[in-house]
Write a new protein. Structure first.
Length: 305
């Protein structure tokens, strides 16, 4: 499957909701743009979780441009696409690699957001680029977490560094980076336990992991990636805001976009968080990761072919 078809397939629930609703707004004779029409269009955007602020901005543009006129569906779809592309615009932001030496990546987020699975996906991508990868199992909280990452590492051909159950996550990160340097690996990815931004001591633990990284590899971590679960919608965003305030995140990976009709949440994330969306997760296998390209994303949202 091509990248665009894969994206469309992953977004299919959102695409279906959006396009069915847009079609329902119109009759073959077109439709007068009045307040009633604008309200219907607004609720439709809200349903995909685009958020009040982005949706209002889109509606205002359409009101200004079309009020009092009879429009047909393609005109509205075109303006929706233009507006959404503007709202989501970002440079395509792949990994920020170290200028010299290994690239160190820390992955964090709330419980169950998709951290460990996303690490497997990134590992698959790096290994396909002939890079040598070391994984650090700094989620020492649950024995099953170490096991899960170990299975992925073995399957994908990465080395894994683990610690005793319950041991200090920062010491595991230390060991993982030391091993990365020892075997001259290109990438070190450190998995962390899920946590809530309200758990002060756990947030401090992330800080400690960061510090340890910086001591062994100056300028690192090169990426602190926040994994967001797309299915949690608007809730996830307020959580994420706190998260990025306490741990300096460098980018977002939006996981589980395939499972939701609320893919519009991506728009809110781009609008409200001053962070690039680097990749999107579109399934449960190690291959289900796509570079996030905002223009392609918007095109896929409206492409039912
Ligand atoms: N459909 C779908 N499922 C996903 C995706 N990413 C992760 N999952 C599933 O989400 C569940 C949780 O994923 P994990 O990777 O274990 O999440 P985590 O953040 O490491 O969880 P904790 O370590 O417990 O905090 C698993 O069942 C994954 O298979 C995705 O992009 N699409
Ligand atoms: Mg995990």
């Amino acid at each position: 499957m091509g990248i665009f078809s894969k994206l469309k397939a992953a977004l299919s629930k959102t695409v279906k909701l959006l396009n069915t609703d847009v079609r329902d707004l119109f009759k073959s004779s077109g439709r007068l743009v009045d307040e009633e029409f604008l309200e219907e269009l607004f609720s439709m955007l809200i349903k995909t979780d685009m958020g009040v602020s982005a949706s209002s901005e889109i509606i205002d543009t359409i009101r200004k441009q079309f009020r009092g006129r009879v429009v047909h569906m393609p005109e509205i779809v075109d303006i929706l696409k233009v507006k959404l592309k503007q709202l989501m615009a970002q440079p395509i932001a792949p990994i920020n690699y170290a200028a010299k030496g290994p690239t160190v990546i820390m992955v964090c987020g709330v419980n169950g957001s998709g951290k460990t699975t996303t690490i497997a996906k990134l590992t698959r991508m790096f290994i396909a680029e002939q890079k040598k990868v070391v994984l650090g199992a700094s989620d020492t909280f649950r024995a099953a977490a170490v096991e899960q990452l170990t299975i992925w590492a073995n399957r994908l051909g990465a080395e894994i560094v683990t610690g005793q159950s319950g041991s200090d996550p920062a010491s595991v990160a230390h060991k993982a980076i030391a091993r990365t340097l020892e075997i001259n690996a290109d990438i070190c990815i450190v998995d962390t336990a899920g946590r809530l931004q309200t758990q002060k001591n756990l947030m401090m633990e992330l800080e400690k992991i960061r510090r340890v990284m910086g001591k062994l590899v100056p300028e690192s971590p090169h990426e602190v990636i926040l994994i967001l679960d797309a299915t949690t919608g608007q809730n996830g965003i307020s959580q994420a805001k706190y998260f990025t305030e306490s741990v300096k995140c460098t980018g977002i990976i939006l996981a589980k976009l395939d499972g939701t009709a609320k893919g519009g949440v991506t728009v809110t994330i781009r609008k409200q968080m001053n962070l690039p969306v680097k990749f999107i997760g579109v399934g449960e296998t190690a291959d289900d990761l796509e570079i996030f390209d905002s223009d392609k994303f918007v095109d896929a949202l409206f492409d039912e072919s």
